[in-house]
Ligand binder design. Structure first.
Ligand code: TMP
Ligand code: ZN
Length: 406
């Protein structure tokens, strides 16, 4: 039993993924002996609807100088964040006098850059100093601090209230959601808007994409759960917009109660979530059984290919792959290496299981019989690029929504 992080009700975990290392903790051989593991259990609160991790490693273990994730390295994400910024400017800034936008977890300024170019007042809040420096070098106003209620009060005193508070892939990382929601409510103008997008629970349940669950994602949100959580702080859900990013995300738009018209999308999604059973414990029992079946199928396939002497290489050393590899009991003999284009991961080993991460050039020069698609959320982009691999007889293994060879 433990207390729900959102509403404090007593809840019981429904699934244990076993000991898990830090998902993005790619490491060197000499670091194996001191590798950190936590017990990855998940729980669903039938009072407020929050899907959550029971235990989360300390923030310093997950986010540090070497974490250095620079959003702008991905062309697709640049396009996505320009569209997000355009949505805010067109829908909420038209007709406002000198609007002010604050982004939490603004990274290297991938989204705020668009507001700056349009001439809007903006402020990024990015705790990671080295990432924030990249934004500042481009003239994007950024402070390096953790957002909370106390910081919100200081920001209001210094800059005034915000017309929009925005974030992406940040909110689901923050365990103390009540403090942050209170801070956001404090920072907003009475007619301001708050929006965030994160991986969506409805997609994860529908696709058995359990690899969304890892140390950084303390919550997997639904419209039901966020409207409960933010409703506690005087905010109401006024719109929801599904996104294809990260294998299925949802953008939630909130505003102070009564300040904005509510889109019919909200009631439609809440109804869809009921129909999907996202409010019921049985749904999560079924999800657990689906995960177990997926694990059996993937492990069985890799065992068979190993016995047949086939070469299997992982494609994309994603954070998500850490959950898959450790949960499924996959071992280095099943996967020769994981190909990845990110220089800081190359030459290191995958967390927990210790499969070598090699540069993409090695995949190109010596293509395997099978490529296991860990970066399945980028499948469209990858299949476009890897036509030659398939044409030469290479096969893909995917495990979302089910284990298949393509
Ligand atoms: P992400 O899902 O967090 O964006 O991580 C994707 C990882 O996959 C990142 O380490 C880069 C890697 N990757 C490749 O190696 N090749 C590719 O074509 C793509 C799209 C990603
Ligand atoms: Zn709860």
């Amino acid at each position: 039993m433990f207390n729900c992080r959102v509403c404090n009700h007593q809840i019981e975990p429904f699934m244990d993924f076993g000991p898990m290392p830090i998902a993005n903790g790619f490491l060197k051989k000499e670091e194996f002996a001191e590798e950190y593991f936590f017990r990855m259990e998940v729980a669903f609160c039938d009072h407020c609807g929050a899907f959550q991790l029971v235990e989360q490693p300390d923030a310093q273990r997950m986010f540090h100088e070497n974490y250095a994730f620079f959003s702008s390295l991905s062309k697709h994400m640049q396009i996505h964040f320009k569209a997000y910024a355009d949505f805010v400017m067109e829908r909420f800034f038209a007709g406002r006098k000198d609007p002010f936008v604050v982004e939490l977890g603004s990274n290297d300024g991938i989204m705020l850059r668009n507001f700056k170019e349009a001439g809007y007042r903006h402020l990024g809040v990015e705790p990671s100093e080295n990432v924030a420096d990249v934004a500042r070098a481009q003239g994007i106003q950024t402070i390096s601090e953790f957002f909370n209620l106390e910081l919100a009060e200081r920001l209001v005193a210094e800059y005034g209230h915000a017309d929009a508070v925005i974030c992406a892939n940040v909110m689901c990382h923050i365990p103390d959601i009540n403090n942050v929601a209170a801070g956001m409510a404090k920072l907003l103008k009475p007619d301001g808007v708050l929006m965030f997008e994160d991986p969506y629970l409805g997609d994860m349940i529908a696709k058995t994409s359990y690899d969304q669950i890892y140390d950084e994602h303390v919550y997997i949100f639904s419209a039901t759960s966020v409207s409960w959580a933010f409703g506690q702080h005087g905010l109401e859900l006024i719109d929801v917009l599904p996104q294809v990013t990260h294998g299925g995300s949802m953008r939630y738009v909130f505003a102070p109660k009564g300040s904005h018209a509510i889109s019919p999308n909200v009631a439609a999604l809440l109804e869809k979530e009921r129909a999907q059973g996202l409010h019921k414990a049985e749904t999560y029992e079924q999800f657990r059984r689906n995960c177990e079946a997926s694990r059996t199928a993937l492990f069985g396939l890799l065992e068979r290919l190993h016995q047949e002497g086939k070469r299997v290489v992982g494609y994309g050393a994603t954070s998500k792959s850490t959950t898959v590899l450790n949960y499924c009991g996959i071992r280095p003999e099943h996967i020769e290496f994981i190909s990845d284009t990110t220089p800081i991961k190359q030459g290191k080993y995958s967390p927990g299981v210790h499969i070598p991460v090699r540069p993409y050039e090695e995949f190109k020069q010596n293509p395997p019989d099978y490529a296991l698609l860990f970066a399945w959320n980028h499948a469209v982009e990858i299949f476009e690029k890897e036509g030659a691999f398939t044409a030469d007889g290479g096969k893909w293994i995917t495990f979302v929504p089910e284990v298949r060879v393509l």
